[in-house]
Ligand binder design. Structure first.
Ligand code: BGC
Length: 762
């Protein structure tokens, strides 16, 4: 036995040594290769590597005979983005590796945000699954499909923490919580990059938008952000840092300013924090025209801003072409250094090396893969299943849901018989004409004999000018020229012929996403009128809510018996929604953003500070305590909230100890019982509160969660382990510390309804 142990130990040591050797030697190989290559490069060629133009709608024929083709030939382009298909990418790559002097391959980027041709639910929806394996899987499939289409780099994940639902881009991220955001960031980077970037089905990930983009003032896109360093480190930075810790290959700078300096030339962000504190080794790219926009920010002329960006630590210039224009002269004038240009050039060449492009520039250009690996039946089936996990059942009074397949249904609303809006914002590769509408999904799930009566009932918005702004770029809302009253009248006729009304209402895909901020985040007025009219019929109404952000639906919550929030669920949306509506799948999504009562409460989030005058157990309204005259502090739905067709009960928390020291672990145990009539999954959430600190601490912080599947009538024991690492935060010297003292721990099915216990950290 002893011998065997010794042999095993020797074997392990040898294995470790050989892995380490391989690692160093491959890094050594890369360094040597790039040093040799760079020794042959002219200054212009080095600067060329820093240039990332958009491909526009370049055709294969134009790969060579166009401005871009000419620039590639001259070594003035490092990569291209917004180009897809093996044929186009091969044609462009051929110019780079056959006609340019040093034959350096290009890197090809794209916004593969929530799936590729097989579109998954929007990222905010995916976050509501609280299932990291599932989220990783979506990124894996997206990478598989995108790489089969020639792409090797994605501008994802977007991990901007967002607590202002007016901001349209809240749809693209993982919600309001730093810890959950970090978990999602890790899962996505892993999904895209896999364990080996040189494989032809993995792609390089680019975490964005660094930093704090989600904190734009007043929720207006591209607006100023300003916050304390404490808040940056404790709340807004963790998801970006998690992506870096997971080995993300690149980082995108955000459009906004931080601390008075736009991110695109912010040395504190790009060098001090990203490189020196977090140890990031990849390259940094700007967002679209980021360097050009520095002049609008008031940072100086073309030359000045180019120097500022490079010196801050920005490696690649997306679209502006300011580096291409200015860096040579700036070097001659001594305003930037050769070292700075070389550093950035090296990092970009390293990325290409890591992707295996020097070994085979056509690694991602396999026609056979394009034909067999994109939008496959298997991927679509997974997308359908995954989508069912992201819906959040907000209300189900009298168990109206699930609906019986034999009932006759009035499907009413602008999103009932609509394909185009199903995939949601930023689904750049999805074919909208193939997306599954709710009507198609219902027909298929109900089977032969399906009784469905359809009416549009309302346009997405009544005002044609607003409608035009919404659809200015991207999917149309499919406007109907009839008046609001005529649309409602038709809907009522249809409703009267049916047993149940399914009202498919909400936002269109382009009412959220980039540059789609709203100052009023209610259901558009005309749709509210329709809903009121439908409720008056006395028939049971199920609101199927399409949205990319939390909406202010206080009235709807008070008056509509059942509400299923389906976000934008991807190419298989209609099937997945029908699966849940008819009970083939049990909803289990939980909100990752708070739903406020009105816009005036924003920002409203569960992890707020206590203040010196908390409301505690006092009733709203209480004079001289922190509250409003006209609205309580409560959300309509809190963070972590979501119902199921079944019900769950929680027993009290048991702890293995009442005090721990730095070396010990606390075990937090609860038993969760499925007390209803369906099998179902529950996301069990653990929060802590640090009762006394050297800085004020949030009233609750998510520290762990587990998604457990429990059969009806059965129970599951859920055990969490907490250690000192989980209790750390950045103090006012920005040191990451845990401070001894009293803590509370909470466990529950959302951030509001929790069981509570206390412990001490010695
Ligand atoms: C967006 C980025 C995106 C880039 C490239 C920008 O407008 O802010 O999120 O990756 O365009 O398409």
């Amino acid at each position: 036995m002893k011998n065997l142990t010794t042999i095993l130990a020797v074997f392990l040591v040898m294995m470790l040594a050989s892995c380490q050797q391989k690692q160093t030697s491959s890094n050594g190989d890369m360094d040597k290769f790039i040093s040799e290559l760079m020794s042959k490069m002219t200054l212009e060629e080095k600067i060329g590597q820093l240039n990332l133009p958009g491909a526009g709608d370049i055709t294969t024929g134009q790969a060579s005979n166009s401005d871009i083709g000419q620039k590639i030939r001259e070594g003035k382009v490092g990569g291209l983005f917004n180009i897809k298909s093996v044929a186009k990418i091969r044609a462009v790559q051929k110019v780079a590796v056959e006609e340019s002097r040093l034959k350096i391959p290009l890197i090809f980027g794209m916004d593969v945000i929530h799936g590729y041709q097989t579109a998954f639910p929007i990222p905010l929806a995916l976050s509501c699954s609280w299932d990291m394996n599932l989220i990783e899987r979506t990124a894996r499939i997206a990478a598989q499909e995108a790489s089969a289409d020639g792409i090797c780099w994605t501008f994802s994940p977007m991990v901007d923490l967002a607590r202002d639902p007016r901001w349209g881009r809240i749809a693209e991220g993982g919600g309001e919580d730093p810890y959950l955001g970090g978990q999602i960031a890790k899962a996505m980077v892993k999904g895209y990059q896999g364990d080996d970037l040189t494989k032809n089905n993995t792609i390089m990930s680019c975490v964005k938008h660094y930093a704090l983009y989600g904190a734009s003032e007043a929720g207006r896109d591209y607006n100023t952000t300003d916050m304390s360093r404490l808040r940056m480190y404790n709340e807004y930075f963790p998801p970006y840092k998690a992506a870096v810790d997971a080995g993300v290959g690149s980082v995108m700078a955000s459009f906004n300013e931080v601390d008075g300096i736009p991110a695109t030339c912010n040395k504190f962000l790009m060098t001090d924090v990203l490189r020196n504190q977090w140890g990031f080794k990849g390259f940094v790219v700007t967002d679209y025209t980021g360097i050009m926009e520095l002049t609008e920010h008031g940072m100086g002329d073309t030359a000045t801003v180019s120097a500022l960006a490079l010196k801050a630590g920005i490696d690649m210039d997306m679209v502006s072409e300011f580096y291409l224009l200015k860096l040579k002269k700036l070097l001659e004038e001594g305003k930037v250094t050769q070292q700075e240009i070389d550093n950035s050039c090296r990092l970009i060449l390293e990325a290409k090396y890591k992707l295996g492009l020097f070994e085979d520039p056509f690694r991602y250009c396999d026609d056979n893969r394009a034909a067999t690996e994109i939008y496959t039946a298997e991927n679509r089936a997974e997308a359908r299943k995954i989508a069912t996990q992201t819906f959040v059942l907000l209300k189900n009074q009298g168990s109206i849901l699930p609906i019986k397949k034999t009932q006759s249904i009035a499907l009413i609303g602008p999103l009932g018989d609509n394909k185009e809006n199903m995939p949601g914002t930023w689904s750049v590769a999805a074919d909208f004409t193939k997306a599954i509408s709710l009507l198609e999904g219902m027909k298929s799930v109900m089977g032969e004999g399906a009784k469905i009566n359809v009416a549009r009932g309302a346009n997405i918005v009544s005002d044609p000018e607003l409608d035009a702004r919404i659809s200015v770029f991207g999917k149309s809302t499919g406007r109907d020229g009839r008046s609001d009253a005529a649309l409602i009248e038709e809907a009522l006729k249809v409703a009267k012929q049916s047993d149940v009304i399914v009202a498919a209402l909400g936002e269109s895909a382009e009412m959220n996403g980039e540059c789609s901020s709203r100052s009023d985040i209610s259901l558009p007025q005309n749709q509210q009128e329709l809903l009121k009219a439908l409720l008056k019929t006395g028939k049971p109404v199920v609101l199927v809510l399409f949205t990319g952000r939390p909406l202010t639906i206080k009235w709807e919550n008070e008056n509509v018996p059942a509400i299923l929030n389906v976000w934008f669920a991807g190419s298989e949306a209609g099937f997945a929604i029908a699966d849940v509506l008819f009970g083939d799948a049990n909803p289990c999504g939980k909100l990752t953003t708070t739903f406020p009562q009105n816009v005036g409460q924003i920002p409203l989030y569960y992890g707020h500070k206590n203040t010196g005058r908390p409301l505690n157990d006092h009733k709203w309204f209480s004079k001289f305590l922190t509250n409003y005259l006209d609205v309580s502090n409560d959300p309509v739905y809190p963070f972590g909230f979501g119902l199921s067709y079944t019900t769950f009960s929680y027993c009290d928390i048991t702890l293995n100890k009442t005090a721990i020291n730095a070396a010990e672990k606390l075990e937090v145990k609860v038993t969760v019982t499925n007390t209803g009539n369906y099998d179902g999954a529950e996301v069990v959430q653990l929060y802590t509160r640090d009762m006394v600190g050297s800085i004020t601490r949030p009233v609750k912080e998510l520290k762990a969660f587990q998604k457990v599947f429990i059969k009806k009538g059965e129970s599951a024991e859920v055990v969490f382990t907490l250690g000192i690492e989980d209790l750390k935060f950045y103090n006012s010297d920005l040191n990451f510390v845990a401070e001894p003292g009293d803590f509370k721990v909470f466990v529950g099915g959302n951030s509001r309804d929790v069981k509570e216990a206390g412990f001490v950290l010695n």
